[in-house]
Design a protein. Structure first.
Length: 443
């Protein structure tokens, strides 16, 4: 019997997979231990399928593509937030976490096996085109998204600045699919925006937790203070889909001088940690109201939970998304990467907010002034809607074309905030804070 080089290569891959499987499952992996015979049995089935495809499939296949496809399917079945990335996809993710990437500016997830918009990032092409949270992406450039993975969808939506991508959208309450042709741009580095009310109340919005968010936050706060001592701050985390855990910790620490910020518990001890606040050089003693909604997820929930449990801020709005898990990016030997859920995180009081979310101290639903002025704040998908979600165990290019002009932004914020019932309620509470704090309790 003769063997082709291709067949021999495939056999080597199969033997390697069998060896890796045995080594992995015989290692120290918590309470889960697999019998060697069981591993061989399942790996042999996998190897058998590979051989059948190699010998009998109607067209020749690339072994790497077959292996990658199998890995993607395996990881995709874990939960909505774990994924396998090719070398190119891994590099794209590393670029994104630095705060600048070409695309349209939407955060995606999978809901009921349908590619769904978690939240459009404010000021991006998708936001300006009218894409809304909860929109179901049915097609990308006429390519159906059925059974399309998140990483594949992101890869198709992204592209060089100035090129177009067509998204076919299914929207609740709209009978026919909507089509949007969106011009890609460099998604801006800036993740923080601020505005000062005449009454010495500051407004600060965090759009996304990126590599430099905490630095931007401190800069905006200093600028607000330079214009006069603040008597209160509105911290807007609505529609913030999350981002980097270290940035959420640093943002929380900016408003806390002591106390626990967050703790994480994983399957292995190295995933367990407790992070406490450090004494700040600059005191920020003014009262804070944090705005949240169904689109506030992950890192933004860490900030809201830390400030709420430490009694540093009032939380106002609607219950948050409920993503209480931590994903770790693991680089692999061939340059590919694995985004793997490795831990759950807990608020300072020990709450796991997986699925349940952060419940506001003051629950007020956002009421859009009219259909045309709905700023994409309502109708956002939550963690509990994601198929395969984990259960709560207790229940550098900054393109001027990409960044709005500061004067235009201030005018936009002024008009937007004046029509926002949640912002207006928070403003009224902060304006009356001094009055109520001076009232003497009855003896």
């Amino acid at each position: 019997m003769t063997f082709s080089k291709k067949r021999l290569s495939l056999d080597i891959v199969i033997v390697s997979l069998l060896m890796v499987g045995v080594l992995f499952f015989n290692g120290n992996h918590g309470d889960v231990k697999a019998d060697t015979n069981d591993i061989y049995e399942h790996m042999e089935i996998f190897a058998e399928v590979l051989r059948q495809i190699e010998d009998n499939y109607v067209e020749p296949q690339n072994p790497q593509n077959l292996i990658y496809g199998a890995i993607k399917g395996m990881v995709q079945g874990l939960d909505p937030h774990s994924s396998f990335m090719t070398k190119e996809e891994h590099q794209d993710l590393l670029i994104e976490t630095k705060g600048s990437f070409p695309g349209v500016g939407i955060e995606l997830s999978i809901r009921d096996n349908i590619l769904t918009v978690m939240a459009p990032i404010e000021g991006t092409p998708a936001y300006e085109a009218g894409i809304k949270s909860g929109d179901k992406i049915l097609k990308i450039d006429d390519q159906t998204t059925i059974d399309m993975t998140l990483t594949e969808a992101v890869k198709r939506i992204r592209g060089p600045k100035g090129t177009n991508v067509k998204l076919t959208i299914g929207r609740e309450g709209v009978e026919k699919p909507l089509e949007f042709v969106i011009t890609r741009d460099v998604i801006p580095l800036k993740s923080v925006r601020s505005y000062r009310f005449d009454s010495s109340i500051g407004y600060l919005r965090i759009l996304y937790f990126q590599g430099n968010t905490s630095e931007e936050l401190a800069s905006h706060l200093d600028q607000l203070d330079e214009e006069g001592a603040l008597k209160g701050l509105i911290l807007d985390l609505r529609g913030n889909p999350g981002g980097l855990l270290p940035q959420a910790i640093e943002v929380s620490d900016e408003f806390l001088d002591s106390g626990l910020i967050v703790s994480t518990k994983g399957r292995n001890n190295e995933q367990d940690m407790q992070v406490s606040a450090q004494k700040n050089k600059k005191e920020r003693n003014y009262p804070i109201i944090v705005l949240v909604n169904e689109g506030s997820a992950s890192a933004s929930e860490i900030v809201a939970g830390a400030l709420q449990d430490n009694k540093r801020a009032l939380i106002l709005g609607t219950r948050t998304f409920g993503k209480g898990s931590v994903q770790t990016i693991l680089p692999l030997s061939d340059g590919s990467g694995l985004r793997l859920t490795t831990a759950r995180y807990y608020t300072p009081s020990g709450r796991s907010i997986q699925v349940s979310g952060i419940v506001p101290d003051i629950e007020i639903k956002y009421i859009p002034p009219d259909e045309k002025n709905d700023e994409n704040i309502s109708q956002i998908v939550r963690e509990k809607d994601l198929k395969g979600h984990m259960l709560n165990e207790k229940m550098e290019e900054d393109s001027k074309d990409s960044v709005e002009d500061s004067n235009d932004l201030e005018e936009h914020l002024k008009q937007f905030l004046g029509k926002d019932n949640q912002v207006q309620h928070a403003l009224q509470l902060l304006q009356s804070w001094d009055i109520f704090s001076k009232l003497a309790p009855k003896s």
